[in-house]
Design a protein around this ligand. Structure first.
Ligand SMILES: O=C(O)C(=O)C[C@]1(C(=O)O)C=C[C@@H](O)C=C1
Length: 356
C-alpha cells in the first residue's frame, strides 16, 4: 500500500502545480481581455483556438491521444474564455439534441447554452441581438436543411464555424434491461435508421414517433417500460441508462452544423467560405458564375439550389469552397462570380473542421 500512497502524493503535487499553471494562464487571458476591449477585438477567436489545438496535437508525446488532448484543452479554453465574457449560444433544441451536442463540441462546456425549438426563432433572436448560434445545415443521409438555408439568405450574421457530428443512436431508458421495454419512442427518421436492429432485437415493441430524439429521451425519463432511440449525449443530459449502443443500420450518418456569429474569423490556412447567389434564367448562367472558382483553383465542397420564396421556379445557389475571403485569389474569384449574378452574398469564412 505504501506504493499507492507515494504515487498519489506525486499526483497531488502535480495537481497543485497544474492548478497554479491554469490560474496563471487565466491571468494572462484576463490581460488579453483588457487588450481586446481596448482594441475592439472579438473575445471569442475560433481561428486562434483551432491553431492552438492543432499545435498541441502535433507536439503531444502521449500517452494521451489526440481526442483527449483536444477535450482537455478545449474545456480549459472554454472556461477561461468565460472569464473574459459570458457567452450565450443558441441551439436548435430541445436539450440533449444533436445540435446541442454539436454546440458543446464547438464551444466547450464553459458557455451558457439556450435551446430554441425552431430554426426561425434562432435567426430571429440573432437579429434581435443574440451573439452566437448553432444550426444544422446538412445530413449525409437526409440532405440539406431547407429552412436553415432560406434563413441564411436573409440573416445579417455570419457563418463563423462548422461542426461535424457522427450520428450514432443508442437505446436509452430509465429501465435497466431491454427485457422490460415494451415501447420505443423516437423521431421517425431515427426509428427508420434503426429498423434492422429493432426487428432483430425488439420485434414486438410498439414504435411511437416523437418530434425529436431528445424529446423521446425526456418522455422515457418519466415513463416505465419504455425506451428512446437517442444519443449517448441525451442519455447523459437526462440521466438515463444506455441499454444498447450503435444500433443504427448505417455508419455513414453524419450531420454538419454551422456556427453563426458577428465577426469573420481570421484565416488559419485551412478555411472554408460559404456564399449564396442567384443567376439569370439563361443558358450557361450557372456555369459562368462558377467558372471563376475553377479558374482560381478553388475546391468546391457543396452546391445546393433552393427555390426563391415568392418567385416560383426561380432558384438561388448555396456554394461552399475551400479558402478564406481575405485570400487574394478568393477575393479576385468572388469579384468575377459577382459580375455573373443577380444577387450575391458572402455568408462567411471560417476555419474548416478537420474534425475538431
Ligand atoms: O488568445 C486569445 O485571444 C484569448 O482570448 C485566449 C484564448 C485561450 O484561452 O487561449 C481564449 C479565448 C479565445 O477564443 C482564444 C484563445
Amino acid at each position: 500500500m505504501r506504493e499507492l500512497e507515494e504515487l498519489r502524493r506525486e499526483i497531488d503535487e502535480l495537481d497543485r502545480k497544474l492548478l497554479e499553471i491554469i490560474n496563471k494562464r487565466a491571468q494572462i487571458v484576463l490581460q488579453i481581455r483588457n487588450w481586446k476591449i481596448k482594441n475592439n477585438y472579438p473575445i471569442f477567436d475560433p481561428s486562434r483556438e483551432k491553431e492552438l489545438l492543432e499545435r498541441l496535437v502535433k507536439e503531444n508525446q502521449g500517452p494521451l491521444d489526440e481526442k483527449a488532448i483536444i477535450g482537455i484543452f478545449k474545456t480549459i479554453m472554454s472556461y477561461l474564455r468565460a472569464l473574459e465574457k459570458d457567452i450565450e449560444v443558441l441551439y436548435l433544441g430541445p436539450e440533449g439534441s444533436f445540435t446541442h451536442q454539436a454546440a458543446v463540441k464547438f464551444f466547450g462546456e464553459g458557455v451558457k447554452f439556450k435551446p430554441l425549438l425552431l430554426v426561425e426563432d434562432i435567426f430571429k433572436s440573432l437579429e434581435e441581438g443574440s451573439e452566437y448560434a448553432v444550426v444544422p445545415i446538412e445530413n449525409s443521409l437526409e440532405g440539406t436543411v431547407g429552412s436553415t438555408m432560406d434563413l441564411l439568405a436573409v440573416t445579417t450574421k455570419k457563418v463563423i464555424g462548422e461542426v461535424y457530428l457522427d450520428v450514432r443512436h443508442s437505446l436509452i431508458s430509465s429501465e435497466d434491461s431491454m427485457n422490460k421495454v415494451k415501447r420505443v419512442y423516437s423521431h421517425p427518421q431515427a426509428l427508420a435508421q434503426c429498423k434492422r436492429w429493432l426487428r432483430q432485437n425488439l420485434p414486438n415493441v410498439q414504435e411511437i414517433p416523437t418530434s425529436s430524439t431528445s424529446f423521446a429521451a425526456k418522455i422515457v425519463k418519466e415513463e416505465k417500460e419504455s425506451a428512446a432511440i437517442a444519443s449517448n449525449f441525451a442519455a447523459e443530459v437526462f440521466g438515463l441508462n444506455i441499454l444498447a449502443e450503435n444500433i443504427q443500420d448505417s455508419w455513414n450518418n453524419k450531420t454538419r452544423f454551422l456556427v453563426l456569429g458577428k465577426d469573420i474569423p481570421k484565416p488559419t490556412g485551412k478555411d472554408k467560405t460559404s456564399i449564396i447567389f442567384s443567376v439569370k434564367h439563361q443558358a450557361g448562367a450557372l456555369y459562368r458564375a462558377l467558372r471563376p472558382l475553377h479558374d482560381f483553383g478553388l475546391n468546391m465542397t457543396l452546391i445546393q439550389s433552393r427555390p426563391v420564396p415568392a418567385k416560383p421556379f426561380e432558384y438561388r445557389f448555396f456554394v461552399d469552397f475551400q479558402g478564406h475571403i481575405w485570400d487574394e485569389k478568393v477575393s479576385q474569384a468572388l469579384e468575377r462570380v459577382k459580375e455573373e449574378c443577380i444577387d450575391f452574398k458572402i455568408l462567411g469564412s471560417y476555419p474548416e473542421a478537420n474534425d475538431f
